[in-house]
Each structure stands twice: as C-alpha cells, then as structure tokens.
Design a protein around this ligand. Sequence first.
Ligand code: NDP
Length: 239
Amino acid sequence: MSRGILVTGGATGIGLAVARHFAAAGDEVVITGRRPGPLETAAKETGARAVVCDHTDPEALLRLLPELPGTLDVLVNNAGGQTDFDAPGGEDLADYARDFRANLDANLLSAALTTRAVSDRLADGGAVIHIGSIAADKGSGSYGAAKAGLASWNIDLAKQFGGRGVTANVVSPGYIADTEFFRDFLTDERRDALIAATAVGRPGVPDDIAGAVAFLASPAARNITAQVINVNGGEVSTR
Ligand code: NDP
C-alpha cells in the first residue's frame, strides 16, 4: 500500500537518497528545500512532488500543509547543515548570537516546527525520523549542540507520540560523501582523517542513511523509539 512521506531537504545528498528509496517503493513522496532548481531536478528523477519551503519559517510551513498528502506515514526531518560555513562572522557578541542561532534554527528548530506543523496528520503507527549527526557526540560548536539538542528533544517526542504507535528516532550519520554538506570546506587531509577514523575504512554514502531510515519506517521497527541509531562506520562506538 502506498504511504504518504515527507522528506525535508530532499533535493540533494541524504534526503535525495531517502526520497529515491520511498518513491521506488511506490510511496507518495513530497520533498522540500529552499532552492527551486535542485528540487525540480530531484522531482524529475524520483517522481516525488517538490515544494519550496524553508523549514525554519513557521509561515512557510503553514503554506506547505495543503501541498502534503492528507495522511503522513513517515516524516523525515533531514533539512539542515553546518550554517557556520556561510556565517558572516564578526567580533561582536551580537554577531556570535546570530551565527549560533543560525545552527539552532537550521538543525533543531526546523525539525521541531515541522513535526509540530504536521503532527495532526501523522498516521497511527507511523514514524518520525530526524537526521542528527556524529557532531552531537564529537562536538562541533553550535552545529553539534543543535544536533545533540535534537536527540534530547526527540525523547520527549517519542513519549508524546507513543500512544498513537508513532515512533520517533534519530539517525546519526558520520562523514557521508556525495552530499552538498561540506561545499568547498573539506580539504583532502580532513577527508582522509575522517575516513581513517572509521572501522570500515570508507566514507558513508547517502544510501547508508536511507537504509537506516527505511528500516525505522518499516514494520520490523515498530518497538524502536526514542533512540539514536549511529551510522558512522564505527567512527564513534557504543558499548
Ligand atoms: P546537503 O547539503 O546535500 O543536504 C541538505 C539539504 O537540506 C539541501 O537540499 C538543502 O537545500 C536543505 N535545507 C537546508 N536548510 C533548509 C531549510 N531551512 N529549509 C529547507 N531545506 C533546507 O547535505 P546532506 O545531505 O549531507 O545533509 C542532510 C542532513 O544530514 C543534514 O541535516 C546534515 O546536518 C546531516 N549530516 C550530514 C553529514 C555529512 O557528512 N554529509 C554528516 C552528519 C549529518 P536548500 O539549500 O535548497 O534549502
């Protein structure tokens, strides 16, 4: 049976791989992002419906609602990224506050606002999956703090949704190649170091994350909730 799916930031990288997966399974997929160009390309490739939306903007989210399937079986809060790459910087405390808030908005508030906006139309037995980051465990300024906050906030969300059989989890990637995440900011040395820090000796790819998302959305995962699933090739271990 076709499911209703929303993948935020679904035009590129991890979100595109997730959208491809669900679209190939015959689901009704909506992808979002701020740039129409990549959205159009991704929509053509996957058959997903593309809607321009900035997930940090409550008004934009209200405009998104009529474009979504009446019932959402799966919400993937994937939109985000390291906003420090584009931050103007500056010496003032106000500059620091602006740049710090940008990461909180992009990676934490975006997921909270989106989930809140669609919560009434999440199907009983559905799944909410956020894309976190290894930065929550390793530290990475306000970006890591935002992703750590996402995991903490998710615990409460899982309790809130539990009675409806809706699960809420975080998939936490390590370094994933073939995305727009790093733009021109990843040197060869840094890339080699990230790969060398894994147990598997290779970078992650978007399909690695799509696989974990697909599992969490599947019937096999209905008792998994309030968790962080690490997909990092062993770069950060758990007991
Ligand atoms: P990309 O930059 O390729 O994808 C991010 C997508 O999110 C883009 O399509 C972007 O489109 C969209 N986006 C960003 N901000 C917003 C917003 N406010 N509203 C709507 N869409 C938005 O990188 P990834 O695929 O790697 O990133 C996906 C997620 O994975 C992010 O949350 C990132 O933090 C996380 N992650 C990535 C890692 C990596 O190594 N690549 C490692 C760990 C976590 P547009 O700019 O057009 O809005």
